[in-house]
Design a protein around this ligand. Sequence first.
Ligand code: KIV
Length: 271
Amino acid sequence: MSVHQNVKKVTTHTLQEMKNEGEKISMLTGYDFSMARIIDESGIDVILVGDSASNVMAGHETTLPITLDQMIYHASSVVRAVNRSLVVVDMPFGSYQGNSIEALSSAIRIMKESGGHAVKMEGGKEILESIQRILTAGIPVMGHLGLTPQSIYKFGTYVVRAKEEEEAANLIEDAKALEESGCFAIVLEKIPAALAKKVAETVSIPIIGIGAGGDVDGQVLVVHDMLGINNEFSPRFLRKYNNLHDHMKTAFESYIKDVRSGDFPNESEQY
Ligand code: KIV
């Protein structure tokens, strides 16, 4: 067992030590108390309160509609469940792109009102001023490069990013800028594995991949996807660890059948 599996509370420093010692970092999304409790009990290192809540919890097509208040609601539910994991909270679209003062006040609201431990922001050089202001206030920041879903209308599709040399070179420059500014880790989403490996070797902070291959410092998946709750989403990078969609549907169908037949509740299930 690796040393850091035993730490009582994971911090940003733990993650850096894990990278330094070649121990892989595990991260999953979480949005509510009950699920976060199970994820934390399993020994995950980081729970990301992702703005993917907009998709998987609220049913929106993109991550753009979720609000700062809604993110704070999800994050505070997760924080109440967690004993060990580091809780990172996504700053939602519109809460930091305007200017650095607005970005700082959004980050402060997240930290104060949810009790989260760090924030995550999508983007590179274009948001550096905001990142620096937030870091100056003592709030740890995780970066997010590659496919950044808040910019989906700029990209036009969810295909793999940075396949071309120019975009790949820009991404490496952005990763260096995020490291220099003081970000404690970076998520790389849906980029070629060789490029992700290069970034993980170039910067000294942890690189957490999703659809970015195995040669990075850790992995993140959306919990509903890896549990197979959402059976309409099966990208190449996703490994499904369960088929909860079918298991849950079977349970619901059995319940309905038992209610309709009068089999539930039986004598031992009543007072
Ligand atoms: O919102 C989210 O779930 C994310 C992960 C895909 C990294 O940002």
